[in-house]
Write a protein that binds this ligand. Structure first.
Ligand SMILES: *[C@@H]1O[C@H](CO)[C@@H](O)[C@H](O)[C@H]1NC(C)=O
Ligand SMILES: *[C@@H]1O[C@H](CO)[C@@H](O)[C@H](O)[C@H]1NC(C)=O
Ligand SMILES: *[C@@H]1O[C@H](CO)[C@@H](O)[C@H](O)[C@H]1NC(C)=O
Ligand SMILES: *[C@@H]1O[C@H](CO)[C@@H](O)[C@H](O)[C@H]1NC(C)=O
Ligand SMILES: *[C@@H]1O[C@H](CO)[C@@H](O)[C@H](O)[C@H]1NC(C)=O
Ligand SMILES: *[C@@H]1O[C@H](CO)[C@@H](O)[C@H](O)[C@H]1NC(C)=O
Ligand SMILES: *[C@@H]1O[C@H](CO)[C@@H](O)[C@H](O)[C@H]1NC(C)=O
Ligand SMILES: *[C@@H]1O[C@H](CO)[C@@H](O)[C@H](O)[C@H]1NC(C)=O
Ligand SMILES: *[C@@H]1O[C@H](CO)[C@@H](O)[C@H](O)[C@H]1NC(C)=O
Length: 471
């Protein structure tokens, strides 16, 4: 009985639905709904085209993006809003996000960064850096920027954001920049951030830069830059806590991931570490830089970093610690396991003399503390030098543990495979045999990796939907 009633009811619904669809079809394309995963769904929804945007790749849509976010920010505390970027090529300058907000890119949406400098507002230098990285002037605001926000999602079904960086790379190389180049995405002083399932290409400089922020989920990013262009780091968590970076594929002219926390006396003064970071299932191509760099700006401290299932196909090194006298701060409690590496200049690299200072005002007595560094289960092929580990004189890098590592050398491998100075620690089951400063243990040692989970790993994603007439 129940089921036959149900059948009659659903038949009526289907017939009504077909009538409605037929009617709707005459007016405009059928509205479709897609689903996506996010930390929060939104009550309200709008299309970029509702604000006069034109997706021809030539018309500037900066005003449309600003008006859209301005309008939707009024709904932040009424269930929040999502802005849907439909198929098309949407040229824009820098724009700001708001809280309880989702920017959703359709799979065929391309946000194109304008090369018109007047569309990029300037921001003051970051307090933990003291000055910009590219020049004495201010910094250009990032393409997608937000500050003092909570609950921000930038996602899409692999839609694209193109930084059109060529203009900036040339200007940088010619020394013509007074202000620091923009990034693709920067969020400052924000909590609850998700950046996922997007393709980011050709950033003017770094791609994704969360700073002074927390509770950050980054998943499924494809990040692509030509391997010879300057400073195109993939993801740079900087003075942030509780960060989860998973399933990213990065090809870069600089570090695939660079973990940071401020520069010399400025970073020491601000004193916000990057801590509780997990990086898993990263694939990196970076022939002239690191798969994961820790530093060189680490003056606020870097601790509790966990990396696992890391693949590098052609990289200068796997994990690299970069620091210098004057940085202060620390890099400690670093745990990395299960790396599969191919074509590497160095497998392990630590540099205590990175140099580069914001200004001569740094404190030469501010020594970094590098301790409790654990690497295990590493297989590397076609390697030129197994390890180059340079600590600091009178400030050795301590507590290094490297276990279960098999390195196969390249045809043109160097004779000295483990070149170590001012480091202390142990190795176990490592080939080729390590340096005397990291003696092979008689009894097998399994270097540490934490068993607990970070709070950010327990954040559950919910299924949200977005509809547009375009899907
Ligand atoms: C990203 O896309 C994958 C594959 O479609 C999906 O399984 C995952 O839930 C998505 N994650 C997020 C955070 O959007
Ligand atoms: C974004 O916000 C910052 C800080 O409030 C502001 O300086 C900047 O001009 C804003 N950018 C745009 C494009 O409105
Ligand atoms: C460079 O930036 C500095 C600091 O903001 C400013 O004083 C100077 O005028 C700028 N120079 C040029 C050429 O724009
Ligand atoms: C953003 O937060 C920082 C740190 O709490 C604070 O110093 C700054 O004044 C805030 N900025 C705005 C625009 O609210
Ligand atoms: C996303 O797009 C990039 C660039 O086209 C492609 O390489 C990648 O495989 C795509 N990722 C997914 C999950 O479809
Ligand atoms: C991060 O999220 C947790 C859990 O929701 C929350 O307790 C914490 O306050 C958040 N961190 C910050 C700095 O807001
Ligand atoms: C091995 O590494 C060298 C660079 O050191 C590279 O030129 C060569 O193509 C690599 N060989 C293989 C088989 O990947
Ligand atoms: C050593 O590393 C290899 C390759 O990552 C792995 O298969 C093996 O289980 C590891 N052994 C131990 C004792 O951890
Ligand atoms: C070993 O490393 C030092 C730097 O600590 C470098 O100066 C030296 O050239 C390296 N030696 C070899 C043989 O590669």
């Amino acid at each position: 009985m129940v089921s036959s009633k149900f059948h009659v009811a659903s038949a009526i619904i289907v017939v009504l639905g077909l009538l409605f669809l037929t009617a709707a079809e005459c007016r405009k394309p059928i509205s479709n709904t897609v689903k996506y995963s996010a930390i929060n769904c939104r009550k309200h929804s709008a299309l970029l085209t509702d604000f006069g945007a034109v997706g021809d790749g030539e018309t500037s849509n900066t005003k449309a993006f600003k008006e859209a976010v301005g309008h939707l920010s009024q709904l932040a505390y009424d269930g929040g809003a999502q802005l849907i970027v439909p198929p098309g090529r949407w040229l824009t300058g820098s724009f700001n996000l708001t809280s309880h907000f989702t920017l959703f890119l359709h799979k065929d949406a391309v946000i194109l960064a304008t090369q018109d400098e007047s569309e990029w507002p300037h921001l003051p230098a970051l307090p933990s850096y003291g000055k910009g990285r590219d020049g004495p002037g201010e910094r250009f605001s990032s393409l997608i920027f937000g500050t003092n926000l909570t609950d921000v999602v930038i996602t899409g079904h692999n839609g694209t954001i193109d930084g059109q960086g060529a203009y900036w790379w040339v200007k940088f190389k010619q020394g013509l920049l007074n202000s620091t180049r923009p990034y693709v995405i920067e969020l400052m002083y924000s909590d609850q951030i998700q950046i996922s399932n997007l393709t980011l290409v050709n950033s003017p400089s770094w791609f994704v830069h969360p700073i002074y922020s927390s509770n950050i989920t980054i998943q499924g990013l494809t990040i692509l830059a030509p391997i010879e262009v300057p400073n195109t780091d993939g993801i740079n968590p900087d003075s942030c806590s509780q960060i989860r970076i998973e399933d990213c594929y990065i090809v870069s002219g600089d570090d695939c991931i660079a973990v940071k926390s401020g520069f010399d006396e400025y970073g020491i003064k601000v004193g916000i570490p990057t801590e509780h970071l997990v990086i898993r299932r990263l694939t990196c191509i970076s022939p002239s830089s690191a798969t994961i760099a820790l530093g060189s700006e680490m003056s606020g401290g870097i601790r509790d970093v966990r990396g696992e299932d890391i693949t590098a196909i052609d990289a200068e090194s796997s994990v690299r610690i970069k620091t210098a006298v004057g940085r202060g701060g620390y890099v400690k409690d670093i745990y990395v396991r299960r790396m599969t590496l191919k074509t590497m200049k160095y497998v392990f690299w630590m540099t205590g003399s990175y140099g580069s200072h914001p200004d001569p005002g740094f404190d030469p007595k501010a020594l970094p503390e590098i301790t409790n560094i654990n690497y295990k289960q590493v297989v590397a092929e076609n390697v030129t030098i197994s390890a180059r580990l340079d600590g600091i004189h009178d400030d050795p890098f301590k507590g290094i543990c490297i276990s279960n590592v098999t390195i196969t050398l390249a045809e043109k491998a160097k004779k000295l495979q483990w070149n170590c100075t001012d480091v202390e620690g142990i190795t176990s089951n490592v080939t080729p045999k390590a340096c005397d400063l990291l003696p092979e243990q008689k009894e097998a040692v399994d270097c540490a990796f934490p068993e607990d989970r970070l709070a950010i790993e327990d954040v559950e994603l919910v299924t949200c939907s977005a509809s547009t007439p375009f899907f």
